[in-house]
Design a protein. Structure first.
Ligand SMILES: O=C([O-])CC(=O)C(=O)O
Ligand SMILES: [Mg+2]
Length: 221
């Protein structure tokens, strides 16, 4: 399996960018539906999660299979440095798809974080590990006998947003934005430009410039 990834500086993304700036840069290209829905939050909202999507496909099961977690361990053994484990559950409300041990494996492999539209568990331990995780909430239920991972590295859809392996995915206290790999480098450049414009706008209005003049001068808001 190839390990596609766009040519972006993840440290610059984590240090200088936000999901909002990236969303603005996507809007400017006509890509106006690249954010996941509301209610998804980082366990530690002071962090920024930025990396390359590593989506998995899950299947609901209603019994413990003969070989439980076969697809899960294969996916964990395949995730690479700076990748983000993405589990689309269609907002399943009765499974924890992520926890402490999965976080520990991913940390050891250099992965950047995990994102799900479902639920997670072991949250105190995951917070202590410092591994960035986004979810819709928590529940103690194990995934064993409730879902199995049946593929990894293939596209998924979360809240109507298609996510492919290698897409840039960024989460912060505002939410989650998905930047398609093909436009990632240009979008990061545009978002850094917008940040410079916002910095100039902020300084000018703090010093008394009117909003009308600041918008006319810097072209951002
Ligand atoms: O079993 C699971 O699916 C999640 C879990 O508890 C862990 O990673 O520790
Ligand atoms: Mg656990």
């Amino acid at each position: 399996m190839t390990d596609p990834r766009p040519d972006v500086d993840l440290t610059a993304v984590r240090t200088h960018l936000t999901s909002a700036l990236l969303s603005d840069a996507l809007d400017a290209q006509g890509l106006r539906h690249q954010c996941l829905g509301t209610g998804l939050a980082l366990l530690d909202p002071t962090r920024v999660l930025a990396g390359y999507a590593f989506p998995v496909t899950i299947q609901r099961v209603y019994d413990v299979p003969a070989e439980p977690f076969r697809g899960l361990v294969a996916a964990l053994d395949a995730i690479g440095r700076d990748e983000v484990f993405v589990t689309a559950t269609h907002r399943a409300a009765d499974i924890a798809v992520w926890g402490e041990l999965l976080s520990t494996v991913c940390l050891a492999r250099g992965a950047a974080g995990a994102i799900t539209d479902g639920l997670v568990r072991d949250t105190r331990a995951v917070r202590e590990l410092g591994f960035p995780v986004v979810s819709a909430g928590t529940i103690p239920y194990d995934s064993m006998g409730r879902h199995e991972i049946v593929a990894h590295g293939v596209p998924c859809v979360v809240d109507g947003v298609r996510i492919e392996r290698g897409d840039l995915i960024v989460a912060d206290s505002d939410g989650v934005v998905v930047v398609p790999q093909a436009v990632a480098a240009g979008t990061v450049r545009a978002a850094l430009d917008k940040r410079r414009g916002e910095n100039a706008f902020r300084r000018a209005v703090a010093e008394g410039m009117s909003a009308t003049e600041a918008f006319a001068t810097f072209g951002v808001l």
